[in-house]
Design a protein around this ligand. Structure first.
Ligand SMILES: O=C(O)CCC(=O)C(=O)O
Length: 254
């Protein structure tokens, strides 16, 4: 049930860890059934492709594909199946090991969503660290990404840069929105060391909030669906008055 010391060490070195088949097919299918009934029409709160305005997003809501959901927000409150998964010992127990504390909380303010990538109207996400806009005592959070169906480079699966959570980059290496500038040779070298996560249904990716990651568009004819939650140690609190403290965090007791 728990991570081995080699897995924990690998997470600290690489900034991520993949556990294969951590969720059963039945769990994934139960979740997908909730997602399917939340997508047409999209049940609020939803972030649309037009809201993110990433490369490939439709220009405005009135455009063709303008109503394509990108994230079904507030996954935790949407259904019991998401609450059970996110607070289970399988997940919370592993996050406790990775954050090296018995006391962790799930953030309702960050990720806490179902990411959907629709054929035809999905956008790509450039290289970034999730911690760039998250305001905590320390930028040390762990996100847990569950593939509800297979994810790879064809359908916009995640790519990650191993060890990048340990890098400290000058401000000039990022653009105005804190994405890695692709015109700089030193950034190109970093990006070339990326790996593709290539997840199958039920595979779970644990990643550090400082790990650079990116993803392409969905170029297949099926929706790609992933569930993501973020956790922090109880002694690493969001800064008062910021978006990171908007909704209360959920303690995950062992
Ligand atoms: O699925 C994607 O395009 C990447 C999503 C992502 O990296 C994020 O929301 O932080």
């Amino acid at each position: 049930m728990t991570l081995t010391s080699e897995q924990i060490q690998s997470f600290h070195q690489q900034g991520f860890l993949i556990e294969r088949k951590l969720a059963t097919r039945d769990t994934c299918e139960d979740m997908l059934s909730v997602v399917r009934s939340s997508i047409n029409p999209p049940l609020a709160p939803v972030e649309f492709e037009t809201d993110v305005q990433y490369p490939g997003s439709p220009a405005e809501r009135a455009s063709l594909g303008g109503n394509t959901p990108r994230r079904l927000l507030h996954a935790y409150t949407r259904d019991r199946v998401f609450r059970s998964w996110s607070t289970s010992e399988t997940i919370a127990g592993r996050v406790r090991q990775l954050l090296q504390t018995d006391h962790i909380e799930l953030s309702q303010n960050h990720h806490n969503c179902i990411m959907t990538k629709h054929p035809g109207f999905s956008s790509s996400t450039s290289w970034h660290q999730d911690a760039r806009y998250w305001l905590f005592d320390r930028p040390e959070l762990v996100s847990v990404w569950l593939a509800l169906n297979d994810e790879n480079s064809k359908n916009g699966g995640l790519q990650l840069i191993p060890g990048s959570h340990l890098e400290t980059l000058e401000r000039g290496r990022y653009d105005a929105a804190f994405f890695l500038r692709q015109d700089l040779p030193q950034n190109r070298a970093l990006i070339e060391s990326a790996i593709s996560a290539n997840l199958s249904q039920g595979d779970t990716l644990f990643f550090h909030s400082g790990t650079f990651h990116a993803a392409g568009k969905n170029q297949t004819d099926k929706i790609k669906t992933s569930l993501v939650f973020t956790y922090h140690a109880q002694n690493n609190q969001p800064l008062e008055g910021t978006r990171s403290a908007n909704y209360p965090d959920i303690p995950c007791q062992s």
